[in-house]
Design a protein around this ligand. Structure first.
Ligand code: ATP
Ligand code: MG
Length: 416
């Protein structure tokens, strides 16, 4: 007989009271409808690790939508349902909980989306990526808090191992390769030796995954606390070259990512800044295939292109005699994240100083006079007015004029 582990006191200690009350009520409601209810996945892993995780995933043996509708009435939460997947989301002001109907999955071919059938909690745990993510906690009152651990997830947590459930796991779904690297580095675990072998064997299976899904995985990597660790490991295991053969997850990248975090405080760096740094060493020609493979959204793609275009202007930006208006002219048309990436990544201290001057000051400088003011001074709208406004802007940038009065004087001089 395996030992029964009860996690109810951990649940109470680590989850907010409202959520504890909710899952207890949900367990009772499910039982009264003759349905099994379980807490599953990441939250179980993190409860055992003693880490906070407020993303609750529930699995219902029965019908998740029916149960969610019932619970929404009792708890006055907002409910969203997806009948096609038989899942539902409940939301209150602060919390949200996902409910899914227990299912089994089979893969018709590698990388395809799975064929889904209703199933038991055991089926539902078997379809999961790693043993540490394949545990559940019983929520029905008669067994409330009992851990279901069919694949040795708890042992693997203790031994700090990331381990797949079966040898076709990465073949079925190669996005698990990126997921595995992410958990390994986030938790400071090790991929278990057989899992590493399977992972390496199945690296070619990444070709079966669409660019959209890979982009999603990369976004998740970049949301980790230290994405550079995942990228480094991806390089070491030969996964990174699948994105682009020229990408590097080296010490340079780690240093730049750390600086990106420092300047973004108190927020994490935006994805665009991280990505711009990742592709920074690449040429335009090397970046384009990556942009199209990942189907990056327009603005993100522009940020990467801009980051590399600015690189070509660094020799000009490194000129110590460069006027402020020239610095502005060189940089103003590019995305801010691309300019920021260059301030971190460029080699020349002088160019860096100029880029920082742009970011901290120059980009905010505007002339005091507007088009309307000029109209009142008798200048008709048109190319002439545009040129005057631009010259005023330059005079402001270069400190040749400091007040509205001064601007008026300048304009009068030019017009006469
Ligand atoms: P995180 O803290 O990163 O959110 P998580 O474990 O909650 O970790 P999710 O991506 O939110 O991860 O997914 C929830 C659960 O769904 C996982 O714990 C895992 O059991 C399962 N899962 C997610 N993606 C896959 C996949 N590609 N293959 C198999 N199981 C998966
Ligand atoms: Mg999650």
């Amino acid at each position: 007989m395996p030992k029964i582990t009860n996690l109810s006191s951990k649940i109470e200690k680590q989850l907010p009271v409202e959520l504890v009350a909710f899952i207890q009520r949900a367990g009772k409601t499910a039982a009264s409808q003759g349905q099994g209810l379980y807490l599953v996945g990441g939250v179980v892993r993190d409860l055992l690790l003693g880490q906070t995780n407020l993303d609750l995933d529930l699995v219902v043996e029965g019908n998740a939508i029916e149960l969610a509708q019932h619970l929404a009435k009792i708890n006055r939460g907002k409910i969203t349902t997806h009948p096609r997947f038989n899942t539902a989301k409940l939301q209150w002001n602060k919390w949200s909980v996902d409910l899914a109907t227990a299912r089994s999955e089979t893969y018709a071919k590698p990388g395809a989306l799975p064929t889904v059938k209703p199933g038991s909690i055991n089926n539902d745990l078997f379809r999961r990526d790693f043993t540490i993510n394949a545990m559940a906690i019983e929520l029905n009152p008669s067994r409330y808090g009992e851990l279901i651990d069919l694949y040795g997830g708890r042992d693997d947590l203790e031994h700090k191992l990331i381990c797949v459930l079966h040898e076709k796991s990465f073949t079925d779904d190669a996005t698990r390769i990126w997921r595995g690297l992410r958990y390994e580095q986030r938790l400071d675990f090790q991929l278990e030796p057989t899992t590493i072998k399977l992972l390496k064997r199945d690296i070619p299976m990444l070709d079966t995954i669409s660019g959209d899904r890979i982009r999603h995985e990369i976004e998740l990597v970049l949301k980790e606390e230290f994405p550079e660790k995942v990228l480094h490991r991806a390089e070491e295991l030969g996964v990174l070259p699948k994105l682009s053969p020229v990408l590097k997850g080296n010490g340079w990248l780690a240093e730049k990512f750390e600086q990106a975090r420092q300047i973004s405080l108190p927020n994490p760096p935006p994805v665009g800044l991280y990505l711009a740094l990742l592709v920074y060493p690449l040429t335009n020609k090397e970046t384009e295939p990556l942009i199209s493979f990942l189907r990056l959204p327009k603005s993100l793609a522009q940020t990467l292109r801009d980051a590399i275009s600015i690189k070509a202007k660094l020799p000009s930006l490194a000129d110590p005699e460069l006027s402020r208006s020239s610095i502005y002219r060189l940089l103003h048309s590019y995305s801010l994240q691309a300019v920021t990436a260059n301030s971190l990544a460029c080699e020349s201290p002088m160019a860096r100083r100029h880029i920082q001057l742009f970011l901290n000051k120059l980009r905010y400088v505007k002339p005091a006079l507007t088009g309307n003011d000029l109209k009142r001074m008798g200048i008709a709208p048109g190319p002439r007015m545009k040129e005057i406004l631009q010259r005023l802007h330059e005079a402001r940038l270069d400190g040749k004029v400091k007040s509205k009065k001064g601007e008026v004087k300048l304009v009068e001089e030019w017009v006469n």
